[in-house]
Design a protein around this ligand. Sequence first.
Ligand SMILES: *Cc1c(COP(=O)(O)O)cnc(C)c1O
Length: 397
Amino acid sequence: MVDNHAVRLDTLVTRTDRAPGSLSDVAPALHQTATFRAADDATFLKMATTARHASYYTRDGNPTISHVESLIAALEGAESCLLAASGMGAMSTAVLGLVRQGDHMVAQRTHYMGTTQLLAEVLPRFGVEVSVVDQLDSGAMEEAVTPKTRLVVVETPANPLLTLTDLAHVAQLGRRHGVLTLCDNTIGTPINQQPLRLGIDIVVHSATKFLGGHHDLMAGAIVGTRALVDQIWRSHVVLGAVADPFAGWLLMRGLRTLALRVQRQNQTGLRIATHLATHPKVACVNYPGLTSHPQHALATRQMPGGFGGLLSFELRGGFKAGNEFVNAMHLPARAVSFGGFESLATQPAAMWAGSIGNSAAEAAGIAPGLIRFAVGLEHPDDLLEDLDRTLAVVERK
Ligand SMILES: *Cc1c(COP(=O)(O)O)cnc(C)c1O
């Protein structure tokens, strides 16, 4: 276990001590194996009967995976972490590991699309009822809690409008009613905000995004107390959405620069948001770091590390301007996802219309001219020049 009290997060990610199985390696060894040999009967019996044994069979555990898990746990200030094959693997496993038939859940309205589908389509098939409330209405969340409520699920900042959920409030509500609380911290990252320190019980990540940081792996993480994570592990080992050791090894490599990357993305994100906020072709910018963001005060309290590398903005020229923008930009790639080295941009209305329909997209607040911009590691001056050049060619209205 990495000691998370002794050093700052920038230093924590560089610690190489106690990599299981390492001899004198500075970079940790990759244990790319599905199974592990036992020397004798007694050892085999111990391996087979120990929960989360790190060197018995890789679906149960793996030294490379446990090493990454201990670093992510330390970054979130948690006792334990469970790595999964993807962010959705982590979210599905965490929820399925905690709820049972007849339970009720409360969730916020704006979630990652996959989470929305889990809550709306998968859980009801197993007799788990989900109430969806507006995350901006903190009274509504409390009113939705019933004696059957087991879990409250939130995500902050949420995609693509960067609305926040008040985590301290959710944590207090959970404690008052004896209900578990879970926060998707993918967009926040532990560098910017640490939900567990605000009293949230479980954090889930898509490590595919900022934690990995290089657009080259898929992984997810579940973080919390040892008791809760061990309980979820008992479903994890059966559901089988486990991370591959090589993805875990790449993730460890990505985590080495997490603090550095996120700090840079915070700075560039704020610069781009500030610049776009006064651009004549931009109707509005959604970024928690702007004083114009309706929840800027909450952002300042809840995100002490910074406001992140994801923003969105609405073009005055509507859908046509949005389409012209994504076709004219040079530096950002037109691709989903975020949190990596290269900036990415998409037009959510074009994506969402295809999956949930135009009217549902509008109802979710997705304006036709909205652009989601995932800040990468390019020089901020180059990104600003490219944005200006691109905006110069889009329709004004
Ligand atoms: C991407 C994402 C997920 C899902 O993660 P995958 O790694 O793609 O499965 C979950 N939550 C949020 C907020 C995400 O951005």
